[in-house]
Design a protein around this ligand. Structure first.
Ligand SMILES: [Mn+2]
Length: 220
């Protein structure tokens, strides 16, 4: 087990991090999906008690990734925000202001309902519905493209690794299929949608702070 796995996809070197992100080396691009910033505040407003530290935990991990990889650009693959504008958004503004050498770009997700103007006021340089950077196409919802390999989020993919006897662990996963990849949700405060991989698919699971390629003999 290790904290990083180098994976070549479409002839591009991708470094997968157990911190739930991908670094695309040739473009010096950090890819992050489903941060769901403000989720804690949203639930708190609804009277559901949650620890105040949820968002900072995700942003601290993002900070670690930026310090480690020194990306030129960070692509958020949608659901950067969870809901209406709330004060947790200002944490992102402060964060972006700290990293002047990094360009932050949003590919919009279904939860990104605040206005483009509000998003740009936080320091996000550009906003797209979908972005083609061959050989990849970035979207929030996974989709199949004729020419480009799609990299998306939205699903919060997870997988249950069967172990010896009755032991099993359920983990967030990086999914690589023939035509598309799906990132795990960046937010640790998010559910998982359990996927059923095809025999040709490749899955990397995050077990605590380590990455593991899931053995195909595990696939049902
Ligand atoms: Mn979504």
């Amino acid at each position: 087990m290790e904290t990083h796995i180098e994976y070549v996809c479409q002839n591009q070197l991708l470094i997968l991090s157990a911190k739930r992100a991908i670094f695309w080396q040739a473009q010096r691009a950090l890819l992050v999906a489903d941060l769901h910033l403000g989720k804690a505040g949203h639930f708190r407003k609804a009277g559901i008690a949650l620890p105040a530290s949820i968002t900072p935990i995700d942003l601290l991990r993002l900070e670690d990734l930026i310090k480690e990889f020194q990306p030129a650009i960070c692509y958020f693959l949608g659901d950067l925000f969870h809901s209406d504008y709330n004060k947790e958004f200002l944490l992102l503004k402060d964060f972006i202001r700290k990293y002047t050498t990094v360009e932050f770009v949003l590919i919009k997700g279904n939860h990104d309902i605040v206005t483009d103007q509000q998003i740009k006021a936080l320091g996000i340089a550009a906003i797209y519905e979908s972005l083609d950077i061959p050989p990849f196409q970035f979207t929030h919802h996974p989709q199949i493209d004729d020419k480009l390999y799609n990299i998306a989020g939205h699903l919060h993919p997870g997988y249950t690794i069967r172990g010896v006897g009755r032991q099993s662990i359920s983990t967030p996963v990086f999914y690589f299929g023939q035509h598309q990849a799906i990132l795990p949700a960046f937010s640790v405060f998010s559910g998982k949608a359990f996927i059923q991989p095809k025999p040709e698919d490749i899955l990397f699971g995050i077990v605590e702070d380590q990455l593991i390629e899931i053995d195909k003999s595990n696939f049902e």
